[in-house]
Design a protein around this ligand. Structure first.
Ligand code: ASP
Length: 322
């Protein structure tokens, strides 16, 4: 049997439902420990609780601590399974994917229903993740998200439903593999992996979603907060209201990188429209287009990229390589 380390960080998979009130919360003892006989059948497992946090409390500093914990353990194990709250799981997964360079399987999983809720997916997702982490085919694929019988890349996956157990989807490209009772099947290869070794995450990067009727005030307020970078989820192919362009120019003139993604969950941003606020104009002004990433993931990438360089041209190159 393979040697797998499970690192718990919290989230619903580490919580229990109070049967009287229905409230789901953290407990003193890790609830999955009671079920260890079930998952220890699949690998020689060690467990470590690095945090016990609901995932909305996770910050990039926590992600870095988790990455260090994984990097220090990798030589002793065949694979790593991280349990995590589902709300920010995709951000942590992508962060780990960018900062850890290892051929060993690193799997991140969670649950939509805690272990004592009817129809809980906690134990099932944990067992699936241990099986994937033990599979030789899972090597050299970066950080993978295993939930609900599917295997997703950290870069593509996103939480799509507030409560459905099939919440994690790779909306543009689909999962990279599936988990069946008997097999772990991969049906796509990874063409490119990026690596951003960082010692710290210092920067302050904001994420803004475009909306109809947005005016300059919001852009001015963000500018006054002196961010190190700004990610904007623009409309459609990468367009913004003409009313915010002057504010954006001031931000760009201050050498603050502005990264553009789409608020659509499929497709790419491209400089198509030439009207005021259209993608073509934004690109000419120096806005950096980031393809294939959601706003939260573009923000994670910018946080890490800023540890490498503050030069706008270099940042632009890093994002065009996506
Ligand atoms: N709110 C929870 C969390 O992210 C949701 C979950 O884990 O599914 O911690």
């Amino acid at each position: 049997m393979k040697k797998i380390l499970i690192i718990h960080t919290g989230g619903t998979i580490s919580m229990l439902e109070n049967k009287e009130t229905g409230a789901v919360n953290v407990t003193d003892e890790h609830p999955l420990t009671r079920l260890q006989d079930e998952y220890r059948k699949f690998a020689n497992v060690d467990e470590y609780v690095v945090f016990d946090l609901p995932s909305p409390h996770i910050t990039p500093k926590h992600m870095l601590t988790l990455a260090d914990c994984i990097s220090q353990s990798l030589s002793k194990y065949d694979g790593i399974v991280v349990t995590h709250g589902t709300d920010t799981l995709e951000e942590t997964a992508y962060f780990l994917d960018l900062v850890i360079d290892s051929e060993k399987p690193i799997i991140i999983t969670g649950a939509m229903r805690s272990s004592n809720e009817i129809g809980s997916d906690a134990l099932y997702n944990l067992i699936s993740s241990i099986r994937v982490a033990s599979a030789d085919q899972a090597k050299n694929k970066g950080v993978l998200v295993v939930m609900n019988d599917e295997i997703h890349t950290a870069a593509n996956v996103t939480k799509t439903s507030t409560s459905n157990v099939a919440t994690f989807q790779s909306t543009q490209y689909g999962p990279i593999g599936i988990v069946t009772k008997e097999m772990i099947i991969f049906h796509r290869i990874i063409l490119k992996q990026e690596y951003y070794p960082v010692k710290d995450v210092h920067s302050n990067v904001f994420l803004l979603k475009a909306f109809a009727g947005m005016d300059e005030n919001l852009i001015h307020a963000l500018h006054m907060a002196k961010p190190d970078g700004l990610v904007i989820e623009a409309f459609g192919q990468g367009n913004l209201p003409g009313s915010i362009v002057d504010g954006l120019i001031k931000i760009i003139n201050d050498n603050i990188p502005v990264i553009l993604v789409s608020r659509c969950y499929q497709g790419t941003v491209q400089p198509t429209y030439a009207y005021q606020g259209g993608g073509r104009q934004l690109k000419e002004l120096g806005v950096i287009f980031a393809n294939g990433l959601t706003g939260p993931k573009a923000r994670i990438k910018l946080l890490l990229a800023l540890e490498k360089t503050k030069n706008i041209e270099s940042l632009s190159k890093l994002f065009s390589e996506q």
